[in-house]
Design a protein around this ligand. Structure first.
Ligand code: 26M
Length: 818
């Protein structure tokens, strides 16, 4: 007989060694006497996976036994990055593994580098989902994430002659040890066809006769919490051909064509759409959305029915979170299942729907709002279109009673848009049918209430709320910055901040301590050296760690104003060139680092990347400048690159035109790592200012409430001479590619400067000058840096998730006993 604890895999170094070697031999199928780093990584990952599975099983059994209300987080995107380090740290066995590996002749860090990123998402929204999964697990919430298992993740960015090229990210090539294929967890998903009336109980009912069917197969990714046994599931769906279709074409004898046709089903989950701004009414995208929604809901309803005989308790047991509008077909799908398949009457089904959905929006831009052409929906999902029409009909009738026959307003608020192309407004659908509409920062929520969704706010003020975003300190300090992590634990005398990040505030009282200062600077220097090595290996550019490392990494967007950064760098370059040689000693040396991907069809964003590289080429090869100024474009920015760059940054830029960044989460990651922010008062930065004080950062630029009036003034605004002169350098071909950059220059001149680069330029340069001045005073800088980390507690996703759990989802922790 085994005792209870004997059941568990052991985690002492010699048990770990045996496990790893067994996996080398039996899983990787290599000789245990000879294997390389990659094979060692694979074996190591499988050994960690075994431990994850144990905990994951126990958690699932525990949830099943307790049957708590569960939160289902629906998102088309998750940017998980690498899993190895995160897993062993959350499991609390990193050092044991490192020791075990050392004796086998391997270094943990080196093996961790073998892992590729899971990049099943674009940017902020997708990384937020990943951070929130980590918090949900750590805080013991009964949560499931649902998404799509794309075969091609976000494209790899390759820079050739300074231009972005996209290459496919076929990430599953070398296998994925972090997922568990569930060949028996499959659901049919239907498309196309017609809807017929059928006689039923003396009345009529609708029956959907689909024209195509594919199979959804579950792949489970265990998400371990930190300092808890709880390990939750991220279930991703892959499309496979269904056995139930197409028998006809097989029977007609064209065997080869029939097989090829079946294969087409797999395209549904094949590729992530690489755009994070606009909706383009593509059929495949809509298919992806419904495929994932339908499979997830079948799974969720099956789980509910396992322990409930009717739907009375559904809202007490199930909360569905819509991550932006992308999964909002779930609303129509729940109605369809309840009415057409479970035969609930419409009103009862509607009553349930109104209690279970919450919706979070991640944009302020009207062009970011999805509109699905009615024609497209009618052909792909004819029954869902009817349901949406019916929901809209009832809702508009109710609305008329409340607001009267104000047809302008009724038409603005309708779910159906009667424009040139008749379409469904997914945001309106989500707002009408959700009990809560969350923004992602306070000012974002203000904008939603006063502009984007004003009509709805006036009707249902109680629905609108916000949960300021947060990031997980586990990945963004403990995994990515181990030396800072150790330093913090030493000075706080505890590691408890890893689960209770408010404790970081304890650093405040030490912010003037000279011993802490010395250690703090040491840690920062080591991280800068690591980054400098990476830069040299990748680009051949040698940078000095004594220079200020000034970083802007994020998706390339006009509103994020990477162009403002580049124009500022040109100005700095020009100043150095025009200085007396003797004055150059006063210049504070800078290494400017820019990284980010442009959506493949976003021409202007691609030109910004090219400009950055053209300017870098000129500056980095100018002997007049030397170490005073370097510009580096980091290619293929992703989660792993962020983990390397953020800890090495002195200054980071978050410089969107005020009123455009819904929240921003990069700023929080830099803040936690003691990097100072140079920023506009936009999105979550406004709340960061409240936490750490404006004296500890470098703020500039037009305020949110000033922007609309400035735009109206547009062409009459006075623009500083320096701005005109740097744009002129680009126009005149100082950096080459004169014709190519012309349209970029046109975007910021001649009254077209929508994002107010010219208007903000002066105050931007002043903020940069203030940063230079502060950097010279290293004591002051270090104090500001410590205070940044100390003030970052509010921006943990643990806090965000707790707010969602209590205020929006109504769920409670469900801790699995050890
Ligand atoms: C839509 C339709 C078709 C294809 C793709 C999309 C799409 C995908 C991602 C649209 C938007 C997408 O992401 C938007 C996003 O990342 N928003 C960011 O969300 C962060 C987390 O809340 C915020 O911090 C950022 O401010 C916000 O820009």
């Amino acid at each position: 007989m085994f005792g209870l604890m004997d059941r568990f895999l052991k985690s002492d170094p010699s048990s770990l060694q045996k496990d790893i070697l067994d996996h080398v031999e039996y899983t990787v199928a290599r000789s245990r006497f000879s294997f390389d780093d990659f094979e060692a990584y694979q074996a190591l990952a499988h050994s960690v996976r075994d431990r994850l599975i144990e905990r994951w099983h126990d958690t699932q059994i525990h949830f099943k036994k307790k049957d708590p209300k569960r939160i289902y987080f629906l998102s088309l995107e998750f940017l998980m990055g690498r899993s190895l380090s995160n897993s062993v740290i959350n499991l609390g066995i990193r050092d044991q593994y490192a020791d075990a590996l050392k004796e086998l002749g391997f270094e943990f860090e080196v093996l961790a580098e073998q892992e590729g990123d899971a990049a099943l998402g674009n940017g902020g929204l997708a990384r937020l989902s990943a951070c929130q999964m980590d918090s949900l697990a750590t805080m013991d919430y009964p949560a499931w994430g649902y998404g799509l298992r794309y075969q091609y993740g976000l494209f790899r960015q390759v820079i050739l002659d300074g231009y972005q090229h996209e290459q496919p990210d076929y990430w599953l090539n070398f296998g994925n040890p972090w997922e568990i294929e569930r060949v028996h967890v499959t659901y049919p998903v239907k498309f196309y066809g017609t809807v017929e009336d059928e006689n039923f109980n003396g009345g009529k009912r609708k029956v959907w006769l689909p024209g195509e069917m594919v199979e959804a197969v579950a792949y489970d990714n265990p998400i371990p919490g930190h300092g808890t046994r709880n390990t939750i599931t991220l279930r991703l769906w892959a499309a496979k051909p269904s056995d139930q279709i197409d028998m006809e074409s097989f029977n007609t004898g064209d065997y080869i064509n029939a097989v090829v046709n079946r294969q087409r089903a797999e395209t549904i989950s094949s590729v992530l759409y690489p755009d994070d701004r606009s909706y383009q009414g593509k059929e495949l995208r809509l298919k992806q959305q419904y495929f994932f929604v339908s499979a997830s809901l079948q799974d969720i309803i099956r789980r509910f029915k396992d322990s409930h005989s009717n739907f009375d308790d559904f809202p007490e047991k199930v909360a569905l979170q819509l991550n932006d509008t992308h999964p909002s077909l779930a609303i129509a799908e729940v109605m369809r299942v309840l009415v057409d398949e479970e035969h609930l009457d419409w009103n009862r089904a509607w009553g349930i729907v109104c209690k279970i959905f919450s919706f979070t929006t991640h944009t302020v831009l009207p062009e970011g709002l999805e509109k699905v052409p009615v024609d497209l929906l009618e052909s792909l999902l004819p029954r869902h279109l009817q349901i949406i029409y019916d929901i809209n009909f009832d809702y508009i009738e109710e609305l008329k009673k409340k607001i009267g026959l104000d047809y302008d307003r009724l038409s603005r608020m309708s779910i159906v848009e009667d424009g040139a192309v008749k379409s469904i407004r997914m945001a309106n659908l989500a707002i009408v049918c959700s009990h809560t509409v969350n923004g992602v920062s306070r000012v974002h929520s203000e904008l939603l209430k006063t502009r984007v969704f004003k009509d709805f706010y006036e009707l249902w003020p109680h629905k609108f709320d916000y949960k300021t975003n947060g990031v997980t300190q586990r990945r963004w300090i403990v995994v990515s910055n181990p030396s800072l992590s150790a330093l913090i634990s030493k000075w706080l005398g505890t590691e408890a901040w890893i689960r209770d990040v408010d404790l970081l505030a304890g650093l405040q009282e030490q912010a003037a301590n000279v011993d802490l200062h010395e250690e703090w600077r040491m840690v920062r220097k080591v991280n800068k050296m690591r980054l400098a090595e990476y830069i040299e290996a990748m680009s051949g550019i040698k940078v000095s760690v004594n220079a200020m490392f000034d970083v802007q990494i994020k998706r390339i967007h006009e509103y994020k104003r990477q162009l403002l950064n580049i124009l500022g760098i040109i100005h700095r370059y020009d100043c150095i060139k025009n200085m007396e040689k003797s004055d150059r000693t006063k210049v504070v040396p800078r290494v400017c680092i820019i990284g980010g991907k442009a959506a493949p069809g976003y021409e202007i964003a691609k030109k910004i990347i090219k400009l950055c590289n053209a300017v870098a080429e000129k500056i980095n090869n100018d002997p007049d400048v030397g170490d005073l100024l370097k510009l580096v474009f980091i290619p293929d920015y992703n989660v792993s690159v962020a983990e390397l760059v953020i800890p090495g940054a002195d200054l980071s830029q978050h410089i969107s035109t005020a009123g455009h960044e819904a929240s921003g989460t990069g700023n929080m990651k830099f803040l936690m790592n003691g990097c100072l922010l140079l920023a506009t008062e936009d999105g979550s930065t406004v709340e960061i200012i409240e936490e750490i004080g404006e004296d500890n950062m470098f703020l500039f630029g037009a305020k949110m409430h000033e922007v609309p009036a400035l735009r109206v003034k547009g062409p009459t605004l006075k623009v500083p001479l320096q701005f005109a002169s740097v744009v002129r350098m680009v126009r005149d071909g100082y950096f080459g590619f004169q014709d190519y950059f012309e349209s970029l220059c046109d975007k910021v001149e001649g009254g077209n400067d929508f994002y107010l680069l010219g208007y903000d330029f002066q105050s931007y340069l002043e903020a940069q000058a203030a940063a230079d001045k502060a950097f010279v005073d290293q004591e002051k800088w270090t104090r500001m840096s410590i205070l940044s980390t100390a003030g970052s507690g509010r921006f943990s996703s643990d806090r965000t998730i707790e707010e969602y759990a209590e205020k929006t989802w109504g769920i409670e922790p469900c801790k699995c006993p050890f």
